[in-house]
Design a binder for this molecule. Sequence first.
Ligand SMILES: Cc1cc2nc3c(=O)[nH]c(=O)nc-3n(C[C@H](O)[C@H](O)[C@H](O)COP(=O)(O)OP(=O)(O)OC[C@H]3O[C@@H](n4cnc5c(N)ncnc54)[C@H](O)[C@@H]3O)c2cc1C
Length: 153
Amino acid sequence: MVFRFHENLIAKGVVVYTGEGVKRITEESKQGMTVETETGARLECGMALIATGVRPEISLAIQAGLEIGELGGIRVNERMQTSDEAVWAVGDVVEVKNFITGEWSLFPLAGPASRQGRIAAGQHLWTGGQIQRCTGHDSLPGTGNDCRSHRCQ
Ligand SMILES: Cc1cc2nc3c(=O)[nH]c(=O)nc-3n(C[C@H](O)[C@H](O)[C@H](O)COP(=O)(O)OP(=O)(O)OC[C@H]3O[C@@H](n4cnc5c(N)ncnc54)[C@H](O)[C@@H]3O)c2cc1C
């Protein structure tokens, strides 16, 4: 998907640098600031936007011996129970099965986190509480399909 994104940006006249780390951003520039990259490029710009991802912080889960998935999240079942049946986990830290694709997925958004919290609490408050069914769809701006949706029911 990222190649398509690059192609779209390049077609719009954007210069794309990949595999390039930012060394520092300074204010020494006529345009406003200069971004210096690790390979020595100096890019003058009026604005710098920083976009980064999130990763589950699982050190406590590792210490507790919980199963961790390949994506780096705590594996939970549809009741938000971890590999230790006495431990539940919800939110950004968990890896759940996408109910459409059947693949383990991370859904680091407030909606799924909130829903999963209610599902986990429901397991304790009433018998046979709801189970989680999460799915998600991502797309990138500039690819002509500018929507994003994550759903947990
Ligand atoms: C900049 C930004 C913008 C976002 N915008 C959106 C948005 O527009 N829409 C959306 O749906 N989602 C958005 N999100 C994602 C959303 O905030 C998260 O998905 C959601 O907060 C996850 O909830 P959580 O309970 O799993 O984790 P958190 O909200 O991160 O809560 C975890 C809590 O645990 C505490 N904690 C961590 N370690 C320990 C420890 N060892 N002991 C005790 N406490 C601990 C932390 O201090 C924190 O309070 C955004 C996130 C960021 C960073």
